[in-house]
Write a protein that binds this ligand. Structure first.
Ligand code: AMP
Ligand code: MG
Length: 350
C-alpha cells in the first residue's frame, strides 16, 4: 500500500493537507496523526470496515477497544448516554486535553470499535492538527496509539513512518507529542469514578474535581489471576523495547550503586548495556550507553522523553536496558506504569 505522508506546522496549519487526510478517513481509510499525548492511528469510528483496518495495521488484539476522538462536545449526543455530573465536570475542566472518559455507548458505534463492550472511551485532543482533522472528516475518529502493537508508542512522525509506512493510507505529521504518555482513562460508568490507566492528567488534578476518584488497584502490579486490570488493554505486555529492560527501584544512592554493579557484570559478559537515567545521575555511570530522560525537577520532561528513549536504545541494538525508577507522584505514576509494563514487571529492589 502506498502511504501518503505530509508533515505540517501546528502553528500554521496547511488545511489542504488536512483536507486530503480527512478525505482518506471519509472514504474508509486509516491515517496516523499527531496528538499531545502520543501519535494516534485513526479511522471513522462509525465505519466497521475502516476500524478493522486499524487492528490489522497495528496487529492489535481484537478484544482491546479503541478511544473515540471528538472535536466538540456537541458530538457526544450521537455517541453516548447517561453522562454523569462528574463526567460533565471532568470534561468541562480537562477537554481538550490528555483525558479519556468512559461512558455508555449508543448503537451508532459498532462493536469492533468498542471491542464488544457496551461502553466507549471519549477523548478530545488538544493538538490543533488533530482537532482540524476530526472536524474536516465530519465524523468522530477512533484511534489507538500509532505503533505496532506491543512497541513503545510513537511521539514523533518519524517513528510512525518507521512502524506504519506501507501499512496505512496516510500519515499526517506535526510536532512531537509534548505530554509523551497516553491519556488518563477515567471510567465514569461506575460510582465513584475509577482511573483505569494513569496518564497525562494526574490523580491529584482529578481529585480537585471529585475527591472520591480512585485508581484501579491492578494497574501498578503484575496482572495475576486474582487481580486483573479493568481496561482490557492494560493486561498486555506493552511499550516494550526489543532488549530486556530491568528497573532498579530504591533511593538514588542505592540505585546508582546497584546499576553500576550490574553494569560491570554485563560488560564483563561482553554485553552492550543501555541505561535510562536522569540529569542528576547521568554522569555517575562508569560505562554503558547512558540516556538522560531529563531533570527530576521536571517530571513532565521525563514523561515526554520516555518512549523515544526506549526506541533509541532499540536502534542502538543494546543487549539489556537498566532503568532508574521515578517517584510515583503526579505524572510519575504514569511514567512508572509504562516503565513497569515495558519491563514486563522485571524489577530489582534495592
Ligand atoms: P491506546 O489507544 O493504544 O492507548 O489504547 C486504548 C486503551 O484504552 C486500552 O488500554 C483500552 O483497553 C482502553 N479502553 C478503551 N475503551 C475502553 C472501555 N470502554 N473500557 C475500558 N477500557 C477501555
Ligand atoms: Mg497503545
Amino acid at each position: 500500500m502506498k502511504t501518503e505522508i505530509a508533515v505540517i506546522d501546528e502553528k500554521n496549519i496547511d488545511m489542504s493537507k488536512v483536507k486530503k487526510a480527512a478525505a482518506i478517513i471519509r472514504r474508509g481509510g486509516v491515517v496516523a496523526f499527531p496528538t499531545e499525548t502520543v501519535y494516534g492511528l485513526g479511522a471513522n469510528a462509525f465505519d466497521e470496515e475502516a476500524v478493522k483496518k486499524i487492528f490489522i495495521a497495528k496487529g492489535r488484539p481484537q478484544d482491546n477497544p479503541l478511544i473515540v476522538h471528538i472535536q466538540s462536545v456537541d458530538e457526544l449526543e450521537n455517541l453516548v448516554y447517561d453522562i454523569s455530573d462528574v463526567a460533565k465536570k471532568l470534561m468541562n475542566k480537562f477537554f481538550p486535553g490528555p483525558i479519556t472518559i468512559i461512558l455508555n455507548k449508543k448503537e451508532s458505534i459498532p462493536d469492533v470499535t468498542s471491542a464488544g463492550l457496551k461502553t466507549i472511551g471519549i477523548r478530545m485532543p488538544k493538538n490543533k492538527i488533530a482537532l482540524a482533522l476530526i472536524k474536516e472528516s465530519g465524523v468522530p475518529i477512533a484511534a489507538p496509539s500509532a505503533n505496532i502493537s506491543g512497541r513503545p508508542s510513537p511521539t514523533d512522525v518519524e517513528r510512525c513512518i518507521e512502524d506504519l509506512e506501507g501499512r496505512v493510507e496516510g500519515i499526517l505529521g506535526g510536532p512531537c507529542s509534548e505530554i509523551g504518555v497516553e491519556s488518563t482513562i477515567v471510567d465514569c460508568t461506575v460510582e465513584p469514578p475509577c482511573v483505569l490507566r494513569p496518564g497525562g492528567i494526574t490523580l491529584e488534578q482529578l481529585r480537585e474535581v471529585d475527591i472520591d476518584i480512585y485508581m484501579d488497584k491492578a494497574i501498578m502490579q503484575k496482572p495475576s489471576k486474582d487481580l486483573k486490570p479493568k481496561a482490557p488493554g492494560m493486561k498486555y505486555r506493552h511499550y516494550a523495547p526489543k532488549a530486556p529492560l530491568k528497573i532498579i527501584e530504591g533511593n538514588v544512592e542505592q540505585t546508582v550503586a546497584k546499576i553500576n554493579e550490574m553494569l560491570q557484570n554485563y560488560i564483563d559478559d561482553n554485553k552492550k548495556v543501555g541505561i535510562l537515567a536522569c540529569d542528576e545521575t547521568k554522569s555517575r555511570y562508569k560505562d554503558g550507553i547512558v540516556l538522560s530522560l531529563g531533570s527530576l525537577d521536571n517530571m513532565q520532561e521525563i514523561a515526554s522523553n520516555l518512549f523515544e528513549a526506549l526506541r533509541h536504545l532499540d536502534d542502538l541494538d543494546v543487549d539489556i536496558i537498566l532503568s532508574e525508577s521515578f517517584e510515583e507522584r503526579g505524572i510519575g505514576v504514569a511514567i512508572m506504569n509504562r516503565l513497569r509494563k515495558a519491563a514486563g514487571f522485571n524489577i530489582v529492589r534495592v
